[in-house]
Design a protein around this ligand. Structure first.
Ligand SMILES: NC(=O)C1=CN([C@@H]2O[C@H](COP(=O)(O)OP(=O)(O)OC[C@H]3O[C@@H](n4cnc5c(N)ncnc54)[C@H](O)[C@@H]3O)[C@@H](O)[C@H]2O)C=CC1
Ligand SMILES: O=C(O)C1=N[C@H](C(=O)O)C[C@H](O)C1
Length: 267
């Protein structure tokens, strides 16, 4: 198999640095450059934590990166606005995006889908790359067919910028697709403190917890007469996401469509 030439945006981040490790430790992957707005013109080996990774240039922008190196796949782990710009630009240069960055809007997803159709190129946007989290979402979707009383609690480290998490939104979307609609809670309920009932998505409520010590966790609670069902997933480190990133990179190379959610590519 020819090696897949990869660029990573956000290499110094919590996820990006783990992705650098995964890519450089994978025999059929080659890290050809990274995008880092703060270290233009340096080499990755100049940066603390990456001294052993030789011959990987850093460019400040996605445009400069794509004009300077030949590559097949962009892995983006940045912020929503930056990630959307990176994904759109990569596709314009015929490079396939694998995006873990969360917080993309519906309009963003539709735009990327449109570009993929025009260019006949693959692109994978995955709000959660942990295989256990994907199963938690699938199991929740199965349960939502039978239990339409649902509350979602997502718990993350306190450096997270977006709320609710991309995983919680995706889980709610997957459940809404099969759940008989219901406005959760008492019809006359009133919040005495704003936000007490969490964010509302299609009648379901999402509660976002932020604490140091946490990594990424989600519990979906189902209730019915005399019983509850809890489906929970916990990521205790960022390595938990990397087998999913690897599968996404391998799969996107064989695809010419837009995919939103890792569950759509797992057999
Ligand atoms: N899909 C998944 O499985 C997972 C997704 N995430 C998502 O990934 C994203 C990153 O998360 P973390 O690594 O925890 O955040 P982080 O804050 O540790 O890393 C983000 C990195 O992006 C960099 N960055 C910002 N603007 C940039 C630009 N213009 N060019 C290049 N780099 C830029 C920052 O310097 C930073 O190093 C978030 O959206 C988070 O929700 C996080 C964990 C798992
Ligand atoms: O920011 C994080 O850490 C995570 N973000 C993703 C999300 O928003 O769902 C995935 C995972 O939960 C970790």
């Amino acid at each position: 198999m020819n090696s897949v030439k990869i660029i990573i945006a956000g290499p110094r981040g919590r996820m990006g640095s783990e992705a650098v490790k995964m890519v450089t430790n994978t025999e059929h992957f080659e890290l050809v450059a990274v995008v880092d707005h703060k270290h233009d013109g340096h080499m990755l080996s100049d940066i603390d934590g990456f001294h052993s990774i030789k011959n990987v240039p850093i460019y400040a922008t996605i445009e400069k990166t794509l004009q300077s190196v030949e590559c097949d796949v962009l892995i983006d782990l940045t912020t929503p606005e930056v990630g959307m710009h990176h994904a759109r630009t990569a596709l314009q240069y015929n490079v396939r995006p694998v995006v873990g960055t969360t917080g993309f809007t519906k309009a963003d997803l539709e735009e990327l889908d449109r570009i993929c159709q025009e260019k006949k190129l693959g692109c994978i946007i995955a709000p959660n790359f942990a295989l256990g989290a994907v199963l938690m979402m699938k199991f929740s979707q199965m349960a939502a067919k039978y239990f339409n009383d649902i509350e979602i609690i997502e718990l993350h480290h306190d450096q997270k910028l977006d709320a609710p998490s991309g995983t919680a939104v995706k889980t709610a979307e997957m459940m809404a697709a099969v759940r008989e609609f219901k406005e959760q809670g008492h019809p006359d309920e009133k919040e005495t403190i704003n936000g007490a009932r969490g964010a509302e998505f299609n009648g379901m409520h999402i509660h976002s917890v932020r604490l140091p010590g946490l990594v990424a966790h989600q519990q979906v609670l189902f209730g019915s007469d005399g019983q509850t069902l809890s489906i929970r997933h916990d990521s205790y480190n960022r390595a938990s996401f990397m087998s999913g990133v690897k599968i996404a990179v391998e799969t996107v190379m064989k695809q010419d469509i837009f995919v939103y959610g890792l569950e759509n590519i797992l057999e």
